[in-house]
Structure formats: structure tokens, C-alpha cells
Design a protein around this ligand. Structure first.
Ligand SMILES: [Zn+2]
Length: 153
């Protein structure tokens, strides 16, 4: 009797039911890009902001006890910028649920959106201003939007 027979691994049914199956390439790529740092849209926005003369923190937790990290944080101005991926955050223009397990994905994306709203209000209640930029937005336009908010107060 080998090790595998002695200790068979069985997935709990509830977990199995939640797993999308099978993962296609597109889904796999999307799952990878959710955890990636320094995505191209983030880098583009950062370089536009630098070009406008701004200095800021990158991938920074504005409030230590809140788990969320802002992609770009202006600490003194108490401004947090999130660059949201179109798929994971449910962009109205580009979010389409994959055909496999569409319901599961819709639910997952809705949960992400709800978490985003909770993050926004938690930060706002502590005096932070939150700006969300879609990854599809042109970096220069997003940078100008941020600049105009910073110029306002
Ligand atoms: Zn989009």
C-alpha cells in the first residue's frame, strides 16, 4: 500500500461545486492577472503622473488595519487611487462572464464590486478620497482627472 492509498485526498463537495470547470485559457489568464502587480495600465498611469510632477506611494496601505492597498496613494493629500481591472471589477463596458459557469463568475465579480464599495466607504469614513480608474481608461486622461482633483483643494 502506498502513501496515496493510505491518505487519499478527497475534495469537499461544497468546494468542488464552486470550482469552475474546466478552466479555459482566457480564464486562466484572467486569474493570473488578478494577482499581478505593476500591470501595464498602472505603470502607464504612474508615468503620466510623474510627468505631471507628482510624487506618491505605490501599492501602499493607507490605513494599516484595513487590508486594502491602494495602487497609487498620495499620503499627505489623503487620496487613494485604485486601478481596477475591467474583468474582475465588472467594468460596464468590458465585463463579460465566461461561458463556463457564468453564474459562478457573475457572483464572484459582484462580490468583488461589493468589496470595492466597502473599501471606498471605509476609507472615506477616515477622511480619504478614493478615485477608481478603469484599466481601459487612457492613462493621460486618468492622470489629468487625478491632477484636477489634487488641484481643487
Ligand atoms: Zn473596461
Amino acid at each position: 500500500m502506498n502513501f496515496a492509498q493510505l491518505y487519499p485526498i478527497t475534495w469537499p463537495r461544497c468546494l468542488e461545486a464552486k470550482m469552475p470547470d474546466p478552466l479555459n485559457d482566457l480564464t486562466r489568464r484572467r486569474m493570473r492577472s488578478q494577482v499581478r502587480r505593476d500591470t501595464r495600465p498602472e505603470l502607464a498611469l504612474r508615468s503620466e503622473l510623474h510627468a505631471l510632477g507628482f510624487r506618491f506611494r505605490v501599492d501602499y496601505a493607507p490605513e494599516v488595519d484595513l487590508r486594502s492597498r491602494g495602487d497609487i496613494v498620495f499620503t499627505r493629500r489623503r487620496l487613494v487611487v485604485f486601478v481596477d481591472g475591467c474583468f474582475w471589477h465588472g467594468c460596464p463596458e468590458h465585463a463579460t462572464a465566461p461561458k463556463n459557469n457564468a453564474g459562478w463568475w457573475r457572483q464572484k465579480i459582484r462580490a468583488n464590486q461589493e468589496r470595492d464599495r466597502r473599501t471606498d466607504s471605509a476609507l472615506e469614513s477616515r477622511g480619504w478620497q478614493v478615485i477608481r480608474v478603469w484599466e481601459h481608461e487612457r492613462a493621460i486622461e486618468a492622470a489629468r482627472r487625478i491632477a484636477s482633483i489634487l488641484a481643487r483643494d
